[in-house]
Write a protein that binds this ligand. Structure first.
Ligand SMILES: Cc1ncc(C[n+]2csc(CCOP(=O)(O)OP(=O)(O)O)c2C)c(N)n1
Ligand SMILES: [Mg+2]
Length: 328
């Protein structure tokens, strides 16, 4: 992160970035504890190490823009306005959840009124949905963009390449954010792909591709800003590869003992939240009192969310067949 690029952003905005990242981390930690206490019927995907990517990009969106997130984008959900209570309710399978308790995972965690498309489990398929939204914006001549996120594992699947190619040809206003956390579950990146930077694949589709440090929230923000401007300006999609490491297991059940301890140690030193906090402290933008205020705000909002979700009733059995589709 260059000092220059940070200086261009108002101090208040920088603190807002820190707040969203801290809230994401706190909810993630709380989810892990609740999962281990047996409060979640489903699983829960760790967000640790991804906060700068989801927050630094989604923070730039306007009201009418849309996102198609993946399972490590809790930060983007929060920034887009999904309340912590509804997120906990989703994991608990309660009525107050976006899925009304029909799904206990990040799959289905969407809300069209917030312009968040529920995540498609099959990984890159959310990219096609974002492209569809972006093309509809273009077709209707609306000044709106779509942002979509996918992992290194998803980038090896066919749907990813179809979406990138069609978006390029249509010059659709979509930004593709590749979260290269070096693992697809337990498969390390070198076992699924031989290129150093996955962003070079953009060249094959005739669109810009860039690789950045996914632990640097300012770099994510500034790079995404350029890509969004480009999309709004009618110049089509951009592929942004954000490199990081998933700092915990794939999901809360996974101890991730397949990750070499040395690799983990090195990347833990690049925890996106600690890095940004130190940067703000060194620039005189964050003092002890402000940090303590942020911490207690995050704590209070998280706990209020847990309480709200716990108070939300279970779905009524009589509604079982509502909102589901079958052509049988
Ligand atoms: C087609 C398909 N295969 C396998 C899975 C199971 N699965 C869910 S997430 C995941 C790992 C995906 O890795 P990546 O795209 O790198 O994202 P990450 O979890 O690392 O953020 C796998 C294998 C799935 N959901 N869909
Ligand atoms: Mg991955």
């Amino acid at each position: 992160m260059s000092a220059d690029s940070m200086n261009k952003i108002p101090g208040e905005k920088l603190l807002e970035l820190l707040y969203w990242m801290m809230l994401t981390r706190r909810i993630d930690d709380r989810c892990e504890a609740l999962f281990k206490q047996g409060c979640f019927p489903g699983g829960i995907f760790s967000q640790e190490g991804h906060e700068a990517i989801s927050v630094g990009s989604a923070i730039l969106l306007e009201e009418g823009d849309a996102i198609a997130p993946m399972h490590r984008d809790l930060g983007a959900y929060l920034v887009r306005g999904m309340s912590p209570g509804r997120i906990f309710a989703q994991a608990m399978g309660r009525q107050g959840a976006p899925s009304g308790g029909r799904d206990v995972n990040t799959h289905g965690l969407g809300d069209i009124s917030l312009r968040i498309f529920g995540y498609v489990s099959h990984l890159p398929q959310s990219m096609g949905i974002a492209l569809g939204a972006a093309y509809s914006f273009l077709y209707r001549k609306e000044d709106r963009v779509a942002l979509t996120y996918f992992g290194d594992g998803a980038s090896s699947e066919g749907g990813c390449h179809e979406a990138l190619n069609l978006a390029a040809v249509l010059k659709a206003p979509v930004v593709f954010i590749l979260e290269n956390n070096q693992y697809a579950y337990s498969t390390p990146i070198e076992k699924q792909c031989l290129v150093e930077n996955l962003s070079i694949r953009a060249e094959g589709y005739g669109i810009p591709g860039v690789t950045i440090d996914g632990t640097d929230v300012i770099s994510v923000m500034e790079t995404t800003r350029e890509a969004i401007d480009r999309a709004r300006g009618g110049d089509g999609p951009t592929l942004i590869e954000c490199k990081n490491l998933r700092l915990k297991g794939h999901a809360a059940h996974d101890p991730a003992d397949y990750i070499p301890p040395d690799l983990l140690r090195r990347w833990k030193k690049r925890d996106p939240i600690s890095l940004f906090r130190e940067r703000l402290e060194n620039s005189g933008l964050l003092d002890k009192n402000t940090l303590a205020e942020l911490q207690s705000r995050v704590e209070a909002e998280t706990e209020a969310g847990v309480e709200w979700a716990e108070a939300s009733p279970w779905p009524e059995a009589a509604t079982l067949e509502e909102d589901v589709f079958s052509d049988a």
